[in-house]
Design a protein around this ligand. Structure first.
Ligand code: COA
Length: 429
């Protein structure tokens, strides 16, 4: 059996053999199929890249049919249970788990780069009192490129490493300060005695106490949520980072593009919609009527279904477990009961079963975030902090990949051609 595709162009009767590698054909090979020398070669039309591979990647593996997610080959379940976010960040960036010495050095590096230049604080304070924290985060990350102009030297491995450390270290500082800005509270400086996630909680919630102490169960739950969000292969924001990064701009600007993409409701905002939906349903008695409405096409069951997962999203399973730990500390969120009942009914209902609609990562995450006292505008900021190592691992892969080029899709032009321009005086006469 040959690993190739034989295509006959019925316009010309000409046959072509196109090699198949890794289950793909090269779009450039299809470009050789042409009617004559004057017309462009055959192209593929794929809005939203539904069936187009844009890169080779060794960062994250997903099998949506089976519900498998692995970072660098390690199952997400094992990482969530036994690892820490910082170790997962190391794994994503370096491709391997750290030795004891490597981990100590990594933790030290990240911890000692959490401070930002005082001028960053100055311009963050310039945002309006009601500025969305995600808008502040996006602008601030992009602005870091001006504080580290050497970051544009992306061909130097040491320089790249420095910026990666800085970004992973500073995202929680920027995210927490964006939050404090909305609250009108003074910014809290990083505390280098605390772990990554504990320090983030301190910068968010510390008031006049000498030392901020968070319940370890809450710290662990948030750390797990960061791990679950750390990468998800070629999603919209990662594609944005890669696309902008392909111009060889500095990594702060590329990551700012990722934050921008995540800001959109189709990407980072579904857990907020889940909370709104649960609140609207209000009591368990209203669930059957709500489900009927969904089946009639009146609305969607938010937090269900996924473009890639046609099985239980493995992240949703882990979050469901984390809910128990968090609610043990904070008291149960009454919406949890509704969510659980909704899930039970949906998983037994023919409509959802036949369409392979299962809970996704957003079904339970909003409940936890709310229990941790985060307002909905902060949900995407938390996602961005968690996703930063993934964006950077993908960016690193991009800049070292000899096959990559500046991202520049083709189009199918649908406008007019060769029109004669009439000057205003004549058109308006
Ligand atoms: C995530 C999502 C956008 C994936 O969309 P997609 O891959 O394009 O899937 P489709 O829209 O083609 O859905 C296939 C079928 O399932 C239905 N469906 C998908 N998600 C549904 C949901 N959450 N509730 C009810 N029906 C749903 C669609 O109506 C469609 O039904 P049809 O075949 O009768 O027309 C979609 O499932 C969704 O909107 N979910 C709710 C929002 C959400 O939780 N997003 C977070 C994702 S992490």
């Amino acid at each position: 059996m040959a690993d190739s595709l034989t295509v006959t162009d019925n316009r010309t009767g000409e046959s072509y053999e196109v090699p198949i590698t890794d289950g793909t054909v090269r779009a450039a090979d299809l470009g050789k199929i042409r009617v004559d020398d004057d017309t462009p070669g055959l192209a593929v039309y794929d809005p939203g890249f539904v069936n187009t591979a844009s890169c080779r990647s060794a960062v994250t593996f997903i099998d949506g049919e089976k519900g498998i997610l692995e970072y660098r080959g390690y199952p997400i379940e094992q990482l969530a249970e036994h690892s820490t976010f910082l170790e997962v960040a190391y794994l994503l960036i370096h491709g391997e788990l750290p030795t004891r010495e490597q981990y100590a050095a990594w933790e030290h590096e990240i911890t000692f780069h959490t401070f930002v230049h005082e001028n960053v604080k100055g311009f963050m304070e310039g945002f309006r009192y009601d500025a969305h924290p995600m808008g502040i985060l996006m602008a601030s990350v992009g602005a870091l490129s001006t504080f580290y102009p050497e970051s544009r030297n992306i061909s130097d491995p040491e320089n790249r490493h420095m910026q990666i450390v800085r970004m992973i270290a500073k995202m929680p500082t920027l995210g927490a300060w964006a939050f404090r800005n909305a609250q009108g509270k003074p910014y809290v400086y990083p505390d280098n005695d605390l772990s990554y996630t504990e320090n983030f909680l301190a910068m968010l919630f510390k008031m006049s106490e000498r030392k901020f102490e968070a319940d370890p169960r809450l710290v662990k739950a948030l750390d797990v949520l960061f791990i679950l969000h750390a990468d998800h292969e070629q999603n919209c924001s990662t594609n944005a980072v890669r696309s902008v990064g392909s111009s060889q701009v500095d990594p702060y600007s590329a990551v700012a593009a990722g934050v921008a993409a995540l800001y959109g409701p189709l990407h980072g905002g579904a857990n907020e919609s889940v909370l709104r939906m649960l609140r609207r349903i209000g009591t368990k008695d209203n669930i059957p009527a709500f489900i009927e409405g969904v089946k009639n096409g009146d609305e969607k069951l938010m937090g269900f279904g996924h473009r890639v997962y046609k099985n239980y999203d493995p992240r949703a399973k882990i979050i469901k477990k984390a809910c128990d730990d968090v609610f043990e500390v904070t008291g149960v969120n009454p919406l949890l009961e509704i969510a659980q009942e909704l899930e039970k009914i949906a998983l037994e209902d023919e409509y959802f079963v036949s369409r392979k609609l299962y809970p996704n990562v957003d079904f339970y995450s909003g409940l936890i975030y709310e229990a941790l006292q985060f307002p909905p505008e902060m949900f995407t900021v938390l996602f961005a902090i968690g996703r930063t190592p993934g964006w950077l691992a993908q960016w690193l892969e991009l800049v070292q990949d000899k096959e990559q080029k500046i991202a520049r899709p083709k189009q199918i032009y649908t406008g007019g051609r060769g029109l004669d321009f009439t000057p205003r005086e004549q058109r308006w006469a």
